[in-house]
Design a protein around this ligand. Structure first.
Ligand code: AMP
Ligand code: MG
Length: 493
């Protein structure tokens, strides 16, 4: 075998109700498009040649010691409970310990049908696979907890969606693939044995600091999951990221961002922004994400309630307290992140208003969110040239009220900077948190269009720039020109 993966497969030791063992379905002509060597090294994966990698990461060759399976889960999709979901187009090859001794899942996506496929074909078109590759690696480089991309292989087969598309298999690495919906699955079936086994596995795997002897260990588990989600969603908000499908089956308990479908980074700032073509009510709009996170976590609380200490009344009271704390944890994470984005170092009472006023102006002026924050670092000095910032206001907006208000805001902000820190320190801090490059929709679309024609040079160049998002990459930093904007994103499943 030319590829060695040191599988240990702890997940497959869980009760059989948690999964179905299933093998990937072979593809016609596997060709390796991308392989993340650094990540592979950290997982102890070794290989002799690319053909071996293509065979393994297309599912054509199952590596020794793998224990392939599809995981069972339920989920609230757009608010409606679907009791029977599960990996319909994904197969977990197994888990390994990485070089920091953390357990990591290796999962193929698009590797054929499973018992959970329902009417789906178990396959993935190339476009969504390229998209997930670019987005999760960009999020990682931006410092956001996320699943990772290990490999991208084209299959040589056609996938039929609204049109004929080239097929691909994407290999994902995750701290685990345990979702809110995984717990819901067992709670709905009143399978307490599996629920408890899953909770114990989650505790040992993600929260080793919680004592397995503690009587309140499951409540502590819930609390930590809630805390991490509150912080994760604050990170998304600070970057202008919209997940797009925050169903409970797309929310991990590890605190990692997962399931990059119709997600997007905003260009022009708008609180009510929605990209996903299937999100017709705007349930998962940018500004709704914190509240939706809390709603999803309330569904997790319902699933775990029977494991909390005390009677049902005590359990509900404890869960409610944690869910209330969520709002505060989220707000704190967002405020301290905003103070950093504004170069203010510490968080002060007035920062929240300063930030909210800025967001209102960005919205009013249809200003590019990431571009603005990145350019703001040039203006920490009182006598700095503000023209580049003012030019970000949409010229189609009549009058110069927005311009004047933005000038006033800049005065307020510069006063705050000079009262709290030095302009140099502020600028330096700002450059380390406000990216020069984000995975913009029109750039991703460009890479996918070329990739579908067999030209991956655009994809490689974009992936390369996104690996160092805080450095200048002038060719990738700009927002879309008129006519280049992508207004809708698709699941593409
Ligand atoms: P997602 O859109 O990733 O949240 O997927 C929702 C559910 O649909 C999951 O259970 C997926 O496994 C399943 N699914 C999505 N696409 C396919 C497909 N092409 N074939 C089979 N199942 C699918
Ligand atoms: Mg999903």
């Amino acid at each position: 075998m030319s590829v060695n993966i040191p599988f240990i497969n702890e997940f497959s030791q869980l009760p059989e109700a948690c999964f179905s063992r299933v093998l990937p379905t072979p593809v016609s002509q596997p060709t390796l498009v991308a392989f993340n060597h650094l990540l592979a090294d950290s997982l102890g994966i070794s290989s002799e040649h690319d053909a071996g990698l293509a065979a393994v990461f297309s599912g054509n060759q199952v590596p020794a010691n793998a224990d392939p399976l599809a995981m069972a889960y339920s989920g609230h999709q757009f608010g409606h409970l679907n009791p029977q979901l599960g990996d319909g187009r994904a197969i977990l090859l197994g888990d390994v310990r990485d070089n920091r001794n953390q357990l990591r899942d290796i999962q193929l996506k698009g590797s054929g049908r499973t018992p959970y496929s329902r009417n789906g074909d178990g396959r993935s078109p190339l476009g969504p696979a390229m998209r997930e590759y670019l987005l999760c690696e960009a999020m990682h480089a931006l410092g956001v907890p996320t699943t990772r991309a290990l490999a991208l292989v084209t299959t040589g087969d056609t996938v039929y969606r609204e049109r004929r598309e080239p097929g691909a298999v994407f290999t994902r690495v995750a701290a685990s693939h345990i979702r809110v919906g995984t717990f819901q699955y067992f709670a709905l079936r009143r399978d307490e044995k599996s629920l408890r086994a899953l909770a114990d596995h989650t505790l040992a795997r993600h929260f080793p600091d919680i004592s397995p002897e503690s009587e309140s260990r499951y409540l502590e588990l819930f609390t930590e999951i809630v805390r991490q989600q509150a912080e994760l969603i604050a990170r998304w908000m600070l970057l202008g990221f919209i997940h797009g499908v925050m169903n409970t089956d797309n929310m991990t308990v590890s605190g990692e961002t997962i399931d990059y479908g119709p997600c997007a980074f905003m260009d022009n700032f708008s609180r009510s922004k929605v990209f996903s073509s299937i999100d017709q009510q705007g349930r998962y709009a940018y500004q709704n994400q914190p509240a939706i996170g809390q709603w999803n976590l309330a569904r997790l609380a319902e699933a775990l309630l029977g494991l909390f200490p005390g009677d049902e009344y005590d359990a509900v009271a404890a869960a409610t307290q944690v869910l209330n704390d969520y709002s505060q944890w989220h707000q704190q994470a967002w405020e301290s992140g905003m103070s950093e984005k504004l170069g203010l170092g510490t968080t002060a009472e007035q920062d929240r208003q300063l930030a909210e006023d800025l967001l209102t102006l960005l919205e009013q002026g249809r200003i590019d969110y990431s571009h603005f924050f990145h350019a703001l670092a040039q203006c920490t000095e009182q006598d700095a040239d503000r023209t580049p910032l003012l030019l970000l206001i949409d010229p189609a907006i009549p009058g110069d009220a927005t311009r004047q208000q933005l000038e006033e805001w800049l005065n307020r902000w510069q006063d705050e900077v000079s009262n709290r820190t030095s302009p140099e320190t502020a600028a330096q801090k700002m450059r380390s948190v406000n990216p020069a490059v984000i995975p913009r929709n029109h750039r991703i679309a460009e890479a996918i269009n070329a990739g579908e024609q067999g030209d991956f040079s655009v994809f490689y160049a974009l992936a390369d720039a996104l690996r160092s998002p805080y450095q200048e990459h002038p060719e990738f930093s700009k927002g879309p020109r008129s006519g280049e904007e992508v207004l809708r994103t698709f699941c593409g499943t």
